[in-house]
Design a protein around this ligand. Structure first.
Ligand SMILES: NC(=O)c1ccc[n+]([C@@H]2O[C@H](COP(=O)([O-])OP(=O)(O)OC[C@H]3O[C@@H](n4cnc5c(N)ncnc54)[C@H](OP(=O)(O)O)[C@@H]3O)[C@@H](O)[C@H]2O)c1
Length: 333
């Protein structure tokens, strides 16, 4: 290389490029290092998880139990609690909990107080949720919205408010399970509304209580194969919603609309639902063990490469995509 070329390589313009590159690389390395730092003495820390009968909650309890945490698992049914106890070690304890029932929540708080003693509660994972009914907004009655909001929105808020003193005692963490549907409203019914609410409740809470050393993390899973995405109950509910419509509304959609809607939904769900639930529980575990947990965790390839990018785009992009994908009602204009 002659002197002229060497001079060109380190010219002012190139120095800027190298400098910026080096800064970005350093920033990534520092971020990765910070992200990998973990807390100590997990075997002295208590974590309460809701909705542990199945799905993410059930898997998370087993994972945290193996990791050495003192897991307190809230289960909706006795069968769910018994099955989980049989599959885990002596330190995991279960309690019956319905997050829509104030008395049940208060009993769970009293039980937890006795379990954790002076240590307080390190983690509360608000995981319990339901998705049904889901379908076109016009097909819903107010009680259809309510049944989902009661569990996914008010359940999360009431659990958090009741457990907050115990979390404050341990300077612990609240981990709220939202969804990519809390970033992009792609479905009618209470589900998207409830998950948008979880996002905003978590943001408000984080900004209000960081002074006390409490961290609030949001998990945003994409689509995964669990009961929440199971096609049989989703389709059964769609038929129920259709059957409660007036003849006028049915006529505006046309008799073939329901079948077309179900076919398209089946196609999408079979294509996108991931069966590796660990992608979600690993995010939840990170939120509990990381020295510097992230504010948001997007779990799954569809979340990272489709839903989250879509959430930053103008609303018309999702409007057009859904218009192209979903069937048209018979009397559409
Ligand atoms: N799967 C997905 O693609 C996906 C995507 C984004 C977010 N999520 C969210 O992830 C969370 C876990 O869902 P999952 O996918 O693991 O489905 P899941 O297997 O159905 O888990 C939800 C759990 O919550 C329980 N539950 C329902 N109502 C309850 C109540 N009133 N009180 C206490 N527990 C109650 C369910 O009990 P029963 O089984 O006895 O009803 C079930 O064990 C939910 O918040 C869901 O919205 C799921």
């Amino acid at each position: 290389m002659d002197t002229e070329n060497t001079y060109e390589l380190i010219s002012n313009e190139n120095l800027w490029i190298y400098g910026t590159g080096a800064f970005v690389l350093l920033w990534i390395l520092v971020w990765l290092y910070r992200d990998s730092l973990e807390i100590e003495h997990v075997n002295q820390k208590y974590v309460f998880v809701t909705g542990c009968d199945s799905g993410f909650g059930n898997l998370l309890c087993r994972q945290l139990d193996r990791r050495g945490f003192r897991v307190l698992a809230g289960c909706l049914t006795e069968k769910g609690a018994d099955d989980l106890k049989r599959a885990t070690g002596p330190y995991l304890k279960t309690v019956l909990l319905d997050v829509t029932n104030t008395e049940s929540i208060q009993k769970a708080v009293e039980w937890t107080k006795k379990e954790v003693g002076e240590k307080g509660l390190w983690g509360l994972v608000n995981n319990a949720g339901r998705s049904l009914p889901m379908g076109p907004s016009e097909w819903m009655k107010i009680e259809d919205f309510n049944s989902t909001l009661k569990v996914n929105m008010f359940g999360v808020i009431e659990m958090t408010m009741n457990f907050l003193p115990l979390i404050k005692q341990a300077r612990g963490r609240v981990v709220n399970v939202a969804s990519v549907l809390g970033r992009v409203a792609a479905n009618g019914g209470g589900y998207c509304i409830s998950k948008f609410a979880v996002e905003s409740f978590s943001d408000c809470l984080r900004r209000d209580i960081h002074y006390f050393g409490i961290k609030v993390c949001i998990i945003e899973p994409g689509f995964f194969k669990t009961q929440v995405t199971s096609l049989e109950p989703i389709e059964r509910e769609l038929h129920r919603l259709w059957n409660q419509l007036t003849p006028e509304v049915k006529a505006s959609y046309g008799e073939k609309y329901l079948d077309k809607y179900i076919k398209i939904q089946r196609l999408i769900m079979n294509a996108v639902c991931d069966s590796d639930l660990n992608k979600v529980t690993n995010c939840m575990e990170h939120a509990l063990v990381a020295a510097y947990p992230r504010t948001r965790y997007s779990a799954g390839w569809d979340a990272k490469f489709a839903w989250i990018p879509l959430s930053y785009m103008p609303a018309c992009v999702v409007d057009i995509a859904l218009k192209v994908i979903m069937p048209r009602p018979a009397k559409s204009v």
